[in-house]
Write a protein that binds this ligand. Structure first.
Ligand code: FES
Length: 165
């Protein structure tokens, strides 16, 4: 146990370790990083080291996982993340217009966080909603498909009001 990985997080990580048939600890790196990120919002070097120590996996290997997947936050983010998919299907269906609408609604540019520290706007790689492009995802769990300017207004307003469906 470390100061970073508390008992609750350790239990969750252990559950994942137990699920894998072989190479258990290495296989659990993805989920361990996710669990730590859920707690701290973004992953600092010491968080990566804590995962490496807990799972007894080399720090460099944990770092490789961290930098490979765009789901991991390597810089501070707001309490909520808004990610607009700009991969091919979404791009062909107006993703950059959607991104522009979100920028207007939030008053920030992509990659920035609102002044109150509440919302960070980012581009995302394909979020597996290609058939309903353009798509966006909030807090890496709430999907919005066939996004229109009207929907953007409603989605952002709901996040601000803390009232998301
Ligand atoms: S390309 Fe946007 S969800 Fe797949």
């Amino acid at each position: 146990m470390s100061q970073i990985i508390n008992e609750k997080m350790a239990k969750e990580i252990d559950k994942w370790v137990a699920k894998f048939p072989s190479d258990k600890k290495k296989s659990a790196v993805l989920m361990a990083l996710r669990i730590v990120q859920d707690e701290y919002k973004w992953l600092k070097k010491e968080h990566v080291q804590a995962v490496a120590d807990y799972l007894d996996v080399p720090n460099t290997e944990v770092g490789e996982v961290l930098t490979f997947y765009s789901l991991y936050q390597q810089k501070p983010v707001g309490n909520h993340t808004v990610k607009v998919c700009t991969s091919l299907s979404c791009c062909l269906n107006g993703a950059y217009s959607v991104l522009g609408y979100v920028e207007n609604e939030l008053g920030i540019k992509c990659g920035q966080t609102t002044k109150d520290g509440q919302i960070t706007l980012q581009e995302a790689e394909c979020i597996a909603a290609c058939a309903d492009a353009p798509a966006m995802i909030i807090d890496d769990k709430d999907f919005y498909r066939r996004v229109t300017p009207e929907k953007v207004k409603e989605i952002i307003s709901n996040i601000k009001d803390g009232d998301r469906p």
